[in-house]
Design a protein around this ligand. Structure first.
Ligand code: 3HC
Length: 303
């Protein structure tokens, strides 16, 4: 059955090469998924060679892990690793027909990235943004062909979380939307089509939870009281674990975006920005297991 609002699958364009802009953790995680599931060349780019190399090394390392876990064999592992390349030259995107970005969550940065990409790709290549809460329409404001831009929002950890939000901006055309839906299915993800509103569906709801958790701390409730209180409700992670998983800077940005759009409904948190600067809420052992709340983080919120 066709998902709600989805156009005919027959309109979908083939994806034969993927370009990934940004080689950070989120981009590297979904670049891995594209190569593993679509088995097409995936080229990743970032501002400098060191960042590109880090992203490519991460992806190749994860492919090795899949082999060690017995999920793919040695031949497949070598084939997939050979399909992943890095570049700092966007001209290498010339024959890519699906370009997706996960660069810094700032409107101007994303607008400029796409305006630049558009100079290097064909007029029909699909452009996708993994923005977590910005307007897809506004991200495409500098494009000559905004009809081929769509939101394609993954969740962390990408390998495990089953959902992709496919964000239809008013300008997104049916062929682009259809390509996004078919691509999501090929990535073995459940896709939902959302409207182009701040936070789409999932982050709007998560921003409530995380914002309220931060507000409780901002107004004097200790971290552990918040986490212990919510623990019996069956969430896979406590609010502060989730904030660390998505990244404190990303979390702070998501809260700011929601507060700016709906100031009467969402909090902003200076403490969260300070925690993001510090870098952590929990103290962890060498394997990443939580040992307790980080002392500096506790002192930051105590003021
Ligand atoms: N990266 C990659 N893989 C991971 C991972 C990570 N950070 N964490 C766990 N995994 C994998 C493990 O390798 C394992 O894979 P395997 O079965 O192939 O060995 C599998 O997940 C299960 O691992 P665990 O047994 O350790 O898993 P848990 O039962 O502890 O679950 C979890 C881990 C899936 C992360 C779970 O805690 C969870 O669902 N947490 C909530 C995550 C969530 O809500 N994400 C959405 C965040 S919002 C967002 O991303 C949007 C953005 O815009 C802000």
């Amino acid at each position: 059955k066709r998902p709600a609002g989805a156009p005919d699958k027959a309109l979908a364009k083939p994806v034969t090469k993927v370009g990934v802009v940004g080689a950070g953790l989120m981009a590297s995680q979904f670049a891995l998924l594209f190569v593993r599931r679509l088995k097409v060349p995936v080229v990743i780019t970032d501002l400098d060679q060191a960042r590109v190399d880090k992203g490519v090394d991460y992806i190749r390392g994860e492919i090795d892990t899949l082999e060690k876990k017995g999920k793919i064999n040695g031949d497949e592992s070598n084939r997939l690793k050979a399909l992943v390349t890095g570049t700092t030259d966007k001209a290498d995107f010339a024959d890519a027909d699906w370009i997706i970005e996960a660069v810094f969550e700032e409107l101007g940065v994303k607008q400029d990235v796409f305006a630049e990409i558009e100079k290097h790709v064909s007029d029909t290549a699909v452009l996708a943004t993994n923005t977590s809460s910005l307007s897809v329409e506004q991200i495409g404001a500098k494009l000559a062909h905004p009809e081929r831009l769509v939101g394609f929002h993954f969740f962390n950890p990408v390998a495990v979380m089953p959902l992709v939000e496919v964000v239809r901006a008013p300008s997104t055309d049916d062929a682009t939307l259809s390509t996004a839906m078919v691509t999501a299915a090929k990535l073995y993800k459940n896709a939902v089509i959302t409207t182009d509103t701040p936070g789409f569906v999932v982050n709007r709801i998560l921003a409530k939870l995380l914002g309220e958790a931060m507000h409780a701390v901002d107004t004097g409730t200790p971290f552990e009281v918040v986490d212990k209180s919510i623990a019996p409700f069956g969430l896979p992670m406590t609010p502060f674990e989730l904030l660390e998983l998505v990244g404190l800077k990303v979390g702070a940005h998501v809260l700011d975006t929601h507060h700016a759009a709906f100031p009467d409904r969402f909090f902003e948190s200076k403490n969260l920005h300070d925690l993001a600067e510090h870098g952590q809420i929990f103290e962890r052992d060498a394997k990443g297991k939580v040992k307790g709340f980080d002392k500096k983080a506790v002192s930051i919120v105590k003021g």
